[in-house]
Design a protein around this ligand. Structure first.
Ligand code: PAF
Length: 296
């Protein structure tokens, strides 16, 4: 079933069923359009709208999904507290030029007899996978379902979720899915904090402290560019920046990895990724920086 968006009814149509999306996509293809797809969990911010805008710039008829996927949350994670702001999201989709919004409910995505899961390989066993068991299986499962519903030519993901993007690219290659994955640059607040739907859950004090992750990554990058070769010392330095901000901040991980394989790096060279995840109360934030090291 579809409904239109906004008081004037001038926004993109909203489909809530698989059948309605397939029918709308079939019509768009009939008009000669290619299909772009931006999967989201809503609480849209400028990072998300940059993905919609990138799909539109690439000339696609663009579908945005808004669905808080239960299978990617662990039992003690923030599924129930995850921000849900559908009306504002629909307005953001309209401004960014989305052509269709897919906002299914759980029964549509996971009917009662649903039992199949997409289990990613070792790329999911590191970084966020260490503390979020099963998270990437939930992500791959829902993204594979969404790809099968929308059948896009290209799907757009943010570099903020760098590990997710690498795992989705791997899934698409391994399962021979006929689409292109486009990874778009991470978008930051004016002070440098990586945009995240979870930022809305921070208290004002936590919001100030949250910046320590970005500052830690920048400190690591600066020391790396100044010639520090020991990843142990680099990570210890990043850890110190966070602890100096507030020793009660939980550090899930701080890593220096090869950006494509996510393998930890012993001797940094070429392009490397500095990445981390911290916990402020029950809000978990991630961030990363790509650094290109000069030839020595
Ligand atoms: O990045 C997200 O918001 C989610 O992990 C995704 C890709 C929409 C799957 O639920």
């Amino acid at each position: 079933m579809n409904r239109s968006v906004g008081s004037e009814g001038s926004g993109p149509p909203v489909a809530t069923s698989v059948g309605a999306v397939r029918e709308a996509v079939r019509r768009a293809r009939g008009e000669g359009r290619t299909i772009g797809f931006v999967p989201t969990m809503g609480a849209l911010h400028a990072g998300h709208t940059s993905l919609i805008e990138a799909a539109k710039r690439d000339g696609h008829w663009t579908v945005v999904s808004i669905y808080v996927n239960p299978t990617q949350f662990g039992p003690n994670e923030d599924f129930n507290k995850y921000p849900r702001t559908l009306d504002a999201d629909l307005a953001a989709c309209r401004s960014a030029g989305a052509d269709l919004v897919f906002a299914p409910d759980n029964a549509e995505m996971y009917p009662p007899d649903d039992q199949t899961r997409v289990i990613p390989g070792p790329l999911a066993a590191t970084m966020c996978g260490l503390n979020r068991l099963g998270h990437f299986a939930g992500v791959c499962t829902v993204v594979a379902k969404l790809f099968n519903i929308v059948l896009p030519d290209a799907a757009y993901f943010g570099q903020k979720d760098a590990q997710q993007a690498v795992i989705i690219e791997r899934m698409v290659r391994d399962l021979l899915m006929p689409l292109r994955i486009v990874v778009c640059p991470l978008v930051r607040e004016a002070d440098g904090l990586a945009m995240s739907s979870r930022n809305a859950r921070l208290t004002p004090e936590q919001r100030t402290q949250a910046l320590c992750l970005y500052r830690a990554l920048c400190a690591g990058r600066d020391r790396l560019l100044a010639g520090e070769q020991s990843t142990g010392r680099l990570i210890a330095g990043m850890r110190a920046v966070i602890m100096e901000t507030n020793p009660t901040i939980g550090i899930d991980y701080l890593s220096i990895v090869e950006p494509r394989t996510l393998a930890s790096i012993a001797s940094p060279r070429g392009r490397v990724m500095l990445a981390g995840a911290i916990r402020l109360g029950d809000v978990r934030l991630i961030d990363n920086l790509l650094v290109d090291l000069p030839e020595r």
